[in-house]
Write a protein that binds this ligand. Structure first.
Ligand code: SF4
Length: 647
């Protein structure tokens, strides 16, 4: 199959986009958040667009049909399906809406045969496969008829569907019903699933979609609403794709927001109103609401070194972020208005400026915030301390591997010791870390896998990886746009053919995830060894018990190291300069020469050991797994028991 690279022109600067024309008359706009958007949080896209459109004079209702479905099938089952990672081949959420979208397409048995994991999914959901098929074949189409039929769509001048992750098919099914009930009301689709040429193919093939936003929606939707309010159309507007009367697709490059502070504060009113109307317990079970905040777009690391597997930021890697002042005000205002303290940022990477006044001021407020950030793994212990003091309790650093060689292949900008240092000090500061181990990179060898497996027992006191698996290929990633010689036969993920059983849809154009064949040099045995080592580590951290520990107490002239990583608890003392050296290797990896220099400069170190003596001691620490070493740099693994420096 030929994979088409994007044909959409590159992004236009917002400053070069024409200003939105004046609004001739205010419109009534509906925005729809379909399943399988997470039900425990409002939609940042809908909240932002509502605020922007209302500031321009329009009236906007956001319909959270994902909440309605959570109540309909049960909050637990809903979230289990919504949280199944889309890249993990099945795309179950999308498949479940295929009959609602395209009619009785059948194909259940062939889907099951292609994806035996569907039986595992059924077991987790407490359903038989037959019941799952009933959900797909009759229950969901009837449910959608009802919830769409309950809304008067004719009152609107424009209906928008947002689509990220597994929302495409439900949105198509919803749009078809809206068009049946209100054929003259224009529909617009937008969201990450429609970026670039994916959006062009959707608007070409699906006549229930009138317009597609092919990039950031903030400017495009304002232009569209203004044009419609004056009796015009969206044809030829920046960031919009549409069919011309002769059936071809016309698209203009999307405009980007440059000044993040100029964005409105998202309006989540509809989410909370509908949550209260439907009942929080029915919609969410016991889960708390996660407020969603967007403080930046793009990625400052990716601007310089695009990680080879990363397909994020399709058309806008250039980094833009809100000022620390605006970020603080927005977080405090949201927490105040909604009485929620659990806040998730949707940013790809933390703005390092926030380690200053942003952290200090939030720490000074003393609120019990629980914030989530994606961060780069090279945060220092002090930076982690500041984040925790500000209320950051959860992070996702791009760790991806414990092999420096593989991390270099990824162009990840981190290494083994940096990754371990982050895991260590995050645990010390009580910050939960979500991370994965990825495999399948071109140029890997058995040694890369076996070395990782070998060091893992030394790390059992640190948060284990959430998942272990082969990299998946994403549209817009360097591996997709310029595949390495070892990757062949790049094709849309197999599940797309089951999700879109439509002969006239070009799957290569609408797919975001791709399968590929790889000429791997790694043996199955090496993969199995690493997989087994990850499983052992994960087993040491059952959900209901604290994991193993490796910590030390500091006394006058000595430290006591307590270790529960192995089968038996053990304890040992280090005295004098050995205790000093062990602690000096705690914050950052140190070399023999660097340690000797620091010891010579320190006032309270009476004896600087010779090179041989020091090397021998460091290597002995590596042997009993008190340290790890790479390239002559040593990092000690034990955490201080004292909470010096913690808030
Ligand atoms: S993986 Fe993360 S750090 Fe790397 S380019 Fe993508 S967003 Fe940036």
């Amino acid at each position: 199959m030929t994979i088409h690279r994007t044909t959409l022109p590159l992004v236009a600067d917002l400053n070069t986009a024409p200003p939105a024309p004046a609004v001739a008359r205010p419109l009534r706009v509906a925005l729809v958040n379909m399943p399988w958007a997470l039900s425990d949080r409002p939609s940042i896209q809908c909240g932002l667009l509502k605020a922007g459109l209302e500031a321009a004079g329009h009236t906007v209702d956001v319909h959270y049909l994902n909440l309605a479905l959570a109540v309909g099938i049960g909050s637990d089952m809903y979230l289990q399906i919504a949280e199944m990672p889309a890249e993990r081949t099945l795309m179950l959420g999308e498949w479940l809406f295929t009959v609602a979208a395209f009619g009785p397409v059948g194909g259940e048995d062939s889907y099951r045969a292609a994806f035996p994991a569907v039986d595992e999914a059924c077991a987790k959901l407490g359903l038989t496969f037959e019941k799952l098929c009933e959900l797909r074949g009759t229950w969901l189409p009837e449910w959608l008829d009802k919830v769409i039929g309950d809304i008067d769509w004719k009152q609107y001048d424009l209906v928008g569907f947002t689509s990220t992750f597994e929302q495409n098919v439900a949105a198509l099914a919803g749009a078809a019903r809206v068009k049946r009930l209100a054929p003259t009301v224009p529909t617009v689709f937008g969201g990450a699933n429609l970026d670039g040429e994916m959006g062009l193919e959707f608007v070409r093939r699906f006549t229930d979609i009138d317009y597609v936003v092919t990039g950031e929606g903030d400017v495009a939707l304002l232009h569209l609403a203004a044009a419609l309010s004056g009796g015009g159309s969206g044809l030829g507007l920046p960031g919009l794709a549409a069919r011309t009367p002769d059936g071809t697709v016309r698209a203009r490059p999307p405009a980007q927001v440059r000044e993040m502070d100029a964005l409105p504060v998202p309006d989540f009113t509809d989410y909370f109103l509908q949550l209260d109307r439907l009942g929080r317990r029915a919609a969410l079970g016991g889960r708390p609401v996660h407020l969603v905040v967007e403080l930046s777009r793009g990625c400052w690391w990716g601007e310089k070194h695009h990680c080879t597997f990363c397909g994020l930021n399709a058309l806008g890697m250039n980094y833009r972020s809100k000022s620390p002042r605006r970020a603080i005000d927005e977080i405090v205002a949201m927490a105040s208005a909604s009485r929620n303290l659990v806040i998730d940022t949707v940013d790809n990477i933390l703005d390092m400026r926030y380690l200053g006044t942003f952290c200090d001021e939030l720490a000074g407020h003393g609120y019990d915030l629980s914030m989530f950030f994606e961060v780069k793994a090279n945060l220092s212990p002090e930076q982690l301390r500041r984040l925790r003091a500000a209320g950051v309790t959860r992070i996702q650093p791009g760790i991806e591997s414990l092999s420096t060689r593989v991390l270099r292949i990824m162009d990840k900008g981190t290494d083994l010791l940096t990754n371990v240092r982050l895991l260590k000090w995050a645990r010390y500061h009580r910050i939960a870390v979500g991370w994965n181990i990825l495999t399948g990179f071109p140029g890997e060898t058995d040694a890369d896998y076996l070395n990782q497996a070998e060091i893992m027992p030394a790390l059992h006191h640190l948060a284990p990886p959430l998942a272990f698996g082969e990299l998946w290929m994403e549209r817009f990633s360097p591996y997709f746009s310029k595949p390495p010689a070892q990757f062949h036969d790049i094709r849309p993920r197999q599940a797309y053919a089951f999700i879109y059983p439509l002969p006239d849809l070009d799957l290569a154009k609408i797919a975001y995830f791709f399968d590929h064949t790889s000429e791997s040099q790694v043996s199955p045995e090496a993969v199995a060894t690493l997989a087994a080592a990850v499983e052992v580590w994960r087993d040491r951290w059952p959900p209901d018990r604290p994991g193993p520990s490796l910590s030390y107490q500091r006394g006058p002239g000595w430290i006591r190291i307590m270790d529960s990583r192995g089968a038996h608890r053990s304890e040992q003392y280090l005295d004098g300069w050995q205790a000093t050296v062990f602690q000096m290797c705690g914050d950052s990896p140190r070399t023999v020469a660097g340690l000797r220099r620091r010891m010579a400069e320190a006032q309270d170190v009476p004896h600087v050991p010779a090179v041989g003596e020091l090397s021998e001691f460091l290597d002995s620490c590596v042997a009993w797994r008190g340290m790890i070493q790479e390239g002559g740099r040593y990092l000690s693994l034990a955490l201080p028991t004292a909470s010096r420096g913690q808030h």
